[in-house]
Design a protein around this ligand. Structure first.
Ligand SMILES: NC(=O)c1ccc[n+]([C@@H]2O[C@H](COP(=O)([O-])OP(=O)(O)OC[C@H]3O[C@@H](n4cnc5c(N)ncnc54)[C@H](O)[C@@H]3O)[C@@H](O)[C@H]2O)c1
Length: 421
């Protein structure tokens, strides 16, 4: 039975470990976070994919470890974070440490595959030299490939159904990595001519979302000026059978990937003295400005409705970066929370998916006797209760993702604040 080790057991690593187990690999999960390993050993960790969660519980507890095992693995898959540090600079320290711990005990014949998102050139110039430190040669003594994860937490796309792209150092590396992904996925991976193409493709895919969301956020601001409903514009444009794809305005872009990955490419280009990164930066700054934008619209509505924000009470619903996902990394809702907290006298925070910030115990407590309701994240739970939001005594409803019925809210005599409508 072939042996697989997954390094980094987070949103990406855990489902990968689970589905490797499903197809019969002898799997080991390694993470530096001791608590996470203890929880995995005690079967206390869940993922948002029920099948992956079930599979994880079938892995023997001794297969979870917080030190990199010194044994031969056919495949070692690296799924560690690649965030940005101060100044929005890429932070490769997790990747460097993870690869160093692999290098320390590297065995001949192993295949190392990086799944973390990184700038083009990183596998070749950062990862390979670390792995070669002990004298083994990449491409002949051991094999190296890059296969970025494409999962989207909360969306109904389990890992095996998502087609992958795969770049490798040489033919032998490609052959090894291809065999692994062909086994765990429903369809074989798309092979790119080299590693750099796969690295850039991953960032391009995520930046595609960032720039298009920035674009629709700008269109939404135009709609606010022209008093046209952006929802109607998007739904009309979507009738075009080709050449158009809808994106939706909101309070920004969050998570570990979309607001972070552009900076990996920007830094790499600027390092090479290639300066045409202004388009990428502009998209970032538009999306980053949306929390302040909705705050301005709330001001305006408060003035019109005779409400003094400094004396009012608000319910703030949702803090995660996207609906129904317990992840707050780079969450625009948290940014908005910090903006509104400076202006509104009292804020009741409630998020059933991520309770850490809750100041009240229930949705009902949150919306009771408030002047303003801010629907920051449209979790299913909130949308199912939207009647209660609309029928509450609140005088202003802030609908950060245009998910509520504006007409009904206005008919109830309340102020409505959306984006582009
Ligand atoms: N979350 C997503 O939806 C998603 C989707 C596609 C790609 N990615 C990319 O995949 C990578 C991982 O993202 P994630 O969301 O799973 O991160 P995560 O933070 O959820 O998990 C990463 C795990 O790696 C562990 N770790 C850190 N340093 C380590 C080390 N030296 N050795 C072993 N373990 C270590 C951490 O303790 C953590 O458990 C990132 O590059 C991310 O950009 C993420």
């Amino acid at each position: 039975m072939k042996k697989v080790c997954v390094v980094g057991l987070g949103y990406v690593g855990l489902p990968l470990l689970a589905y490797s187990k499903k197809v019969g690999y002898d799997v080991t999960g390694y993470d530096i976070d001791k608590n996470k390993i203890l929880n995995l050993q005690k079967r206390r960790v869940t993922t948002d994919d029920p099948e992956a969660t079930r599979l994880l519980k079938s892995i023997p507890s001794e297969k979870f470890t917080y030190s990199m095992p010194d044994q031969f693995f056919d495949y070692i898959l690296v799924c560690v974070p690649t965030p940005v540090k101060t100044g929005k600079r890429p932070d490769y320290s997790y990747l460097e440490k993870a690869v160093s711990s692999i290098a320390e005990r590297l065995h001949k014949g192993e295949t190392i595959i990086i799944e973390s998102t990184i700038a083009p050139g990183t596998t070749r110039t950062l990862v390979v030299p670390i792995l070669e430190r002990k004298g083994l040669k990449a491409g002949t003594d051991f094999y190296v490939a890059y296969c970025p994860e494409r999962i989207s937490p909360g969306d109904k796309w389990p890992l095996p159904r998502i087609k992958r792209i795969l770049g490798a150092l040489n033919d032998k590396s490609r052959e090894k990595a291809r065999e692994f992904y062909t086994n765990i996925l429903e369809q074989p991976p798309h092979l790119t001519p080299d590693i750099e193409t796969a690295e850039l493709t991953k960032i391009y895919e995520n930046m595609f979302r960032d720039v298009n969301i920035a674009f629709v956020n700008e269109i939404a601001r135009v709609c606010d000026q022209l008093k046209i409903d952006v929802k109607e514009v998007i739904s009309a444009a979507t009738t075009k059978p080709f050449g158009f794809m809808p994106f939706y305005p909101g309070i920004g872009v969050g998570g570990h990937c979309i607001p972070v990955d552009p900076y990996y490419l920007i830094e790499e280009m600027e390092k090479k003295d290639i300066r045409n990164t202004s388009f990428f930066r502009l998209a970032r700054s538009i999306n980053d400005s949306m929390a302040e934008y909705i705050m301005l619209k709330l001001y305006d509505s408060a003035n019109k409705n005779g409400i003094l924000l400094s004396r009012s009470r608000a319910a703030f619903l949702g803090v995660t970066y996207k609906p129904n996902v317990d992840d707050i990394r780079e969450s625009p809702a948290l940014k908005l929370l910090s903006v509104v907290s400076q202006k509104i006298a009292e804020i009741r925070v409630y998020d059933p998916v991520y309770p850490e910030y809750n100041t009240v115990d229930s949705f009902e407590d949150a919306i009771k006797n408030v002047d303003i309701i801010i629907l920051a994240v449209p979790h299913n739970n909130f949308i199912e209760n939207s009647k209660k939001i609309i029928e509450s005594p609140a005088k202003i409803i802030v609908d950060c993702h245009n998910r509520l019925n504006k007409k009904e809210i206005i008919l109830k005599g309340k102020g409505y604040v959306g984006i582009g409508r």
